[in-house]
Design a protein around this ligand. Structure first.
Ligand code: KG4
Ligand code: ZN
Length: 408
């Protein structure tokens, strides 16, 4: 049975059982998930049907927004200050004792070394103290699989992961089996939006002071004219599925410099055309992502890599919560006959739930569960799956015309 169907049954029982604890004894497998790969300290307890029994999340976003970017030593300090509380909160909310856990799953790759180290140190002490098996988790695998907690998505499916640290396209063939079709050659989509937002001083915009760069751009773009600026779509002449955002950032920076000179605007002040720049930047990011995804779909189809019945594109990562980008991708999936699935925003950004769910998937398939943890280490850089990006490039698939026009 699929997790979501089981979820329904589990929720029914949870509602109607006189005691949640009594129910917990019926369902015996629980995983505690811990996430600290970047700037969120997250923990959650899930059962094997995907029911979230307890969760807690501490976001460092505000501190990093104030500082103008993530300073790894600050991220490390904040993870250290919060991890015990966050894990305890998730456990308390779940009503599950550490002794009742089946295993602990923790992100060990990829991510910021200093951040990963905090989660791993904490987890190793925890599993040794409570004598529990440990499941090391690949952060991007976790993003890719989260959707299966919510929908019955069978392998293989195509997955687009767009976050602050990553932009990649892969074919998910199994819980730990991925074919990498394309990845960013320089910076990630989210990082680019964050830097554009910072350059535009959107922190000083009354509606954006608490938002991440991507969220601020999305909000302002709603009232902007994307045609007021023209930014060239990256890598138009390269027929692969890789991404590049550095050139776009340069184009936007040059446009901002020019406008600042024209308007006599000082550093930190807002330009009159911030909304237009936000809209044009967002559109260029969206169309670049959509074009690479379109090519990945055609490549997979030409190689028979996607199922005939209900082929699916899963989109996740922080940038996937952007509605404009989702709508642009919908144009591509409608044109190619794919089903588009995006987890709700709360599950697109980093959290402990996705790590616990990955632990559950591994537990069910008995993959990567460790009883002996002496050898475990974190890996700041870790590719996702088997890299076939050069095969995709060699196929040199030209895209048929497709209008990526969204009515805002
Ligand atoms: O997945 P995530 O929480 O952390 C990483 O693993 O990177 O993604 C965070 C990124 C940030 O760059 C943020 O600006 C971006 O996701 N983001 C968005 C939106 N919400 C968050 N980008 C575009 N539109 C949004 N609505
Ligand atoms: Zn992430």
């Amino acid at each position: 049975m699929f997790p979501c169907a089981l979820n329904e049954a589990a929720r029914f029982w949870m509602k109607h059982c006189t005691s949640r604890r009594a129910f917990s004894t019926l369902r015996s497998r629980f995983v505690l998930g811990i996430e600290t790969s970047c700037d969120e300290t997250g923990a959650a307890v899930l059962d094997e049907t995907g029911v979230i029994w307890g969760e807690s999340l501490y976001s460092q976003k505000k501190t990093h927004l104030d500082a103008g970017g993530i300073i790894p030593t600050v991220a490390q300090r904040l993870h250290r200050e919060n991890i015990s509380r966050v894990v305890q909160e998730a456990l308390d909310r779940s009503g599950i004792e550490p002794s009742e856990l089946t295993a602990v799953a923790t992100t060990v790759k990829p991510g910021l070394a200093l951040s990963l180290g905090v989660g791993l140190d904490f987890s190793l002490k925890f599993v040794r103290l409570h004598e529990k098996p440990f499941i090391p988790i690949h952060h991007m695998e976790a993003h890719a699989l989260t959707v299966r907690m919510l929908h019955p998505v069978d392998f293989p499916f195509l997955v687009l992961l767009v976050s602050g640290g990553h932009s990649l396209l892969a074919l998910a063939k199994g819980i730990d089996e991925f074919l990498l079709l394309g990845q960013t050659l320089d910076v990630a989509a989210g990082d680019t939006l964050d830097k554009i937002a910072r350059r535009l001083s959107l922190r000083n915009h009354p509606e954006c002071s608490t938002l991440s760069g991507g969220q601020a751009i999305e909000l302002l773009a709603k009232e902007g004219d994307r045609l007021a600026f023209h930014f060239k779509s990256p890598m138009g002449q390269l027929y692969d599925c890789n991404f590049s955002f550095a050139g776009l950032r340069n184009q936007v920076t040059m446009a901002i410099n020019k406008k600042e000179r024209e308007e006599g605007v000082e550093k930190g002040q807002l330009l009159s055309c911030v909304k237009d720049i936000a809209a044009a930047s967002q559109h260029t990011v969206a169309s670049h992502i959509a074009k690479r995804t379109h090519r990945a779909i055609l490549f997979c189809k030409s190689k028979g890599l996607l199922p005939q019945h209900n082929p699916t594109l899963v989109v996740s990562g922080g940038v996937a919560s952007n509605e404009y980008i989702r709508q642009t991708l919908k144009i591509v999936t409608d044109a190619t006959g794919l089903h588009l699935l995006c987890p709700p925003t709360k599950f697109c950004t980093d959290n402990g739930v996705m790590i616990a769910w990955n632990g559950i998937e591994r537990l069910k398939q008995r993959k990567g569960i460790m009883s002996y943890t002496e050898e475990v280490n974190y890996e700041p850089k870790a590719p996702l799956g088997l890299d076939i990006t050069s095969e995709v490039k060699d196929a040199a698939i030209k895209l048929p015309p497709l209008k990526l026009r969204i009515n805002s």
